[in-house]
Design a protein around this ligand. Sequence first.
Ligand SMILES: Cc1cc2nc3c(=O)[nH]c(=O)nc-3n(C[C@H](O)[C@H](O)[C@H](O)COP(=O)(O)OP(=O)(O)OC[C@H]3O[C@@H](n4cnc5c(N)ncnc54)[C@H](O)[C@@H]3O)c2cc1C
Ligand code: SF4
Ligand code: SF4
Ligand code: SF4
Length: 391
Amino acid sequence: MTVKIIESNKTCTGCFACYNTCPKSAIKMELIDGFYKPVISQTACVSCGMCVSVCPQNSDVRITNYQTKAYACKNNDNAVRVKSSSGGVFTVLSESVLSEGGVVYGVAFDKQFLTHHIRVDSMIDMVKLRRSKYLQSYVGDVFKNIKRDMTEGRKVLFSGTPCQCAGLNAYLEGNRENLIIVEVLCHGVPSPVIWKNYLDYRVKKSKNSSRVENCMFRTKDACRSASWNNSYMYIKLDSEDYIVNSDSDPFMMLFARSDIILNDSCYECRYRELVNRGFADISLCDFWNIDRIAPSFNDGGGISLMMIHSQSGENLAEECIKTMAVAEVEPQRALLLNSSSHQPKQINQNSKVRSSLIRFPAKFGRIYFTYLPVIYGRKVIDKIKKILKRQ
Ligand SMILES: Cc1cc2nc3c(=O)[nH]c(=O)nc-3n(C[C@H](O)[C@H](O)[C@H](O)COP(=O)(O)OP(=O)(O)OC[C@H]3O[C@@H](n4cnc5c(N)ncnc54)[C@H](O)[C@@H]3O)c2cc1C
Ligand code: SF4
Ligand code: SF4
Ligand code: SF4
């Protein structure tokens, strides 16, 4: 019998729960249409159905009774905050777990600048997890390793997108002793394949460069004019630095501005609602538009919105709050100010630009990477001209 884990590959989030669960290691996660999806070896599969039962997309999203709490937070150490995407809360949470002999799982770049979940047990390595990398990450065997750490009695912090947190919870069958799940509010994940093509494009575009040496999304410190609200894409090549405002960088345009290179499942995400729903103990996101709630708290260096969804989340947060600047806020009101807690436009899922990029990333990538900034730049100039005409 041929096993079908999920109704359609389009609804697969790539959470890796099925991969970690299969008792016969019959599942491989492969890049299909730009994203990690399961492929079953029919020779190894014994049709036990465990992959079907574990898949979070085949079950309801968890609803909790816990009264969600929300805080505006900033790390007191400005050197850490400037190297974090928002207010640097993830570092404080991790420090607390590591100081008790625990381990932290999160996302780091590999040598190719693709993203993987890794395990760290020291502050030196924790630095690799800092900063958001806006790509689907390869989770690998991490859920199995977490189970082993938990069985050995170690405290574990797992961080990832809400669908990855759902995958971990399903894999552990809800057993969360010694485990803290921290999710990042998620706009969606772009394709690693398109990212790889983008990096190749950057290298080719720079006449004297042959390789990428470092990458950072949404930096606050890559140049003088960079800040939390005015962030930059930074790609270090061997012979020059590419530093461009996030709003004008073609990859960021395709990801955040146009919602065109997200995983199919992101257009119908069931995990974005952060109040009394989901699988995390703590959620982290940027506290966009904080000036409408607590203007005096905003110093421009980056503010996180931390939301607590469980008693174990509260226990960890209580400790951490002592070492940060914090203001309690009303959860629903704060989330309303963050557009990513609403759906990206489904219409972009079926756009011709998306399908051409996903099917032929090398060919169409080059075209869009070259012309998007030009087209967008023209639109801005046209807008300015119109405004000037009106005056
Ligand atoms: C793909 C993605 C989309 C996001 N979209 C939004 C959004 O639309 N709105 C918003 O307010 N916030 C969003 N965030 C969260 C935000 O960017 C910050 O990560 C979050 O506020 C924590 O910041 P920090 O300053 O506390 O710590 P940081 O040190 O910046 O935290 C980094 C954290 O992100 C995790 N992480 C990094 N890359 C990935 C990845 N590829 N997949 C899974 N986890 C990852 C790390 O493991 C770590 O836990 C997104 C994050 C990611 C990864
Ligand atoms: S049915 Fe069982 S053996 Fe087959 S892929 Fe799924 S989990 Fe593995
Ligand atoms: S959503 Fe997760 S568990 Fe379900 S098929 Fe995709 S990777 Fe497997
Ligand atoms: S938008 Fe939803 S489905 Fe897509 S990566 Fe984020 S949590 Fe997962």
